[in-house]
Design a protein around this ligand. Sequence first.
Ligand code: MN
Length: 518
Amino acid sequence: MTEIIRTYEDLEALIKKTYVTPDLTLVKKAYEVASRAHEGEVRFTGHPYMVHPLAVAYKLAEMGFNMNMVVAGLLHDVIEDSEKFSLEDLAHKFGEDVAGMVDGVTKLKKIRYQGVERYVENMRRMFIAMASDVRVIFIKFADRQHNLQTLYARPKHKQERVARETLEIYAPIANRLGMGEMKGEMEDLSFKYLYPKEYDWVQQIMDTKVREKGVQITRVIDDVEQYLKTSDIKIIQVHGRVKRLYSLYRKLQHRDNDITKIHDLVAVRIVVSDVEDCYAVLGLVHQKWHPMPNRIKDFIAQPKPNGYQSLHTTVFVPGGETVEFQIRTEEMHELAEYGVAAHWRYKETGRSQPKNLRWMEEMVAIQKELADKKDFMEQLEVLKIDVFRDRIFVLTPQGDVIDLPEGATPVDFAFYVHTNVGNKCTAARVNEVLVNLDTPLNSGDVVEIITDKNRRGPNPDWLKFVKTHHARERIREAARFGMKSWFAHMMPKSSNKEKPKKKEKNKMEKTVKSENKK
Ligand code: MN
C-alpha cells in the first residue's frame, strides 16, 4: 500500500480551503516546535518522523475539526518522544487547551497491554479520556489511522497486534460515537492484516459485483434523479455508495457466505432537506419500483443506538435486480459519517449548525460539566444517558471497567469475571450494599461478588434473569452435568467469611430466602 505523504504546504493549503479565518501562525509555530522535537528521528517506514504528525493534523483538518485540534495533532507525540519540550512549554506557547489535549494523548500511549486485562484496561483508559475530553479520542483515532496506513512496514506480530486492537477496541468506540466513516476506515485497514485470505476473497467478490452492478447503479441514479425532478421536493444530492469490505465480510458470515443474500452491496443515497421530504421520497420510490417485503427500515422514527438515522428500502429495478435506497437529511448524513464528532466540525468552518442534534448537544453539555473533572462514577452515570445507551459500564472493586448490556445482573457480572466466580456466587454487593442476584446493575456501580467455595454450581433459575449469552451458556452447561441433585441440599448457606453488617442483615436474609424459593 502506498502511503500518501503530506507536506506542511499541503496542510496549509487544506486549512485555507476549509476554514474561514484560520490562525496559520499558530499552525506554523506548532509545525516548527514539532520539527525541532522530532529532529533526526526516522519512522519505521524510513521516512522522517514529521510525516506522521503531519498526517494526523491533515486528517483532523480534513474532518473539519477546530484549529486547536489540528495544532494538537501536530504536537501529539512531542512530549513522549522528546526531552526538548515539557507540557508547561506547550501550555505557554499554545495555551492550556492544546496542552491539555496533548497531555491526554500522551497518557493514553503509556498503557502497556498484557494478557486478558489488556482489553478492559484499554477500555477504561479510553473511557476516562473520553469523559474528560472526547477530542482526545478523535486525535487518537487520526493517530491510529495513520499508523494502520503504515503498518506494512512493521513485523508480522506487530501488525496483528495493532490490527486486532483496532478491531476490538478502536472501531467499536468509533461506532458507539456514531463515527461511521472513521469506524469503516479503521476496520478495513485492520481486516487486511488480521484475515488476509478473507480480505482477498471479499475484495474479489466486491470487484466482480461492483463491476456488474456499477453500470446498473449509474442508470438507477440517473433514473431516480429525473423522476424526482418531476416532484417539487428539493433533492440535495443523489449518490451511490459501496459497502465497506469488513462490513460485507461480517454480513456474509451471517448469511451463509451467500452473496445473493446481501442486498446493500451497492446502495443509492438520496439526501433531502427535511424529514417530511424523506418520507415523501420513500413514497415516490415505492410508486416507481416495487419494494421488497421486510426490507423497509425506518431508522428516523427508531434511530440506531448510536444515533444513526435514515430510511432504508430495497426495491426491484428493471431486470429483476435489487437496489437499496437510503434516504436522509443533510444533518442525518453528517451524523452518520461523523457522529459525535460532527459538533466540532461546525464551529470554525463557517457552516451552519445542524438542527436536530439534541443528543449531541447533550453530549457537549456533558463535556462542559465534566470539564471540572467530577467523580468518575458520576461521569459514567451521566455519559450513560446517550452515547452508551445500550451498554452499561460497571466496575470491579479493583477499578477495572466491565462492559455489559443494559439490564445485566450481578450473575452476568460474575460469569464475565470468571466461570468459577459465576458458579460459586451466592450474593453480591453493589456499592457496598448487599443486593439480590437479579438486581439490574447501573453504569458506575462497583460490584463485588461473594462466593462460597462449597457451592457446587449455579442455580438454573438464574436463567430467568441473566442478560448475557455467556452467563446463560455457563448455567446451561452446569445444568447439563446433572447438578440439580445436589442443589436441594446445598442451601441455605451463606458465606462464612462474609459476616453481614447489622443493617445489611435483612437484605442478606432476603437474598438467601429468595434463592431457596427458586
Ligand atoms: Mn503518533
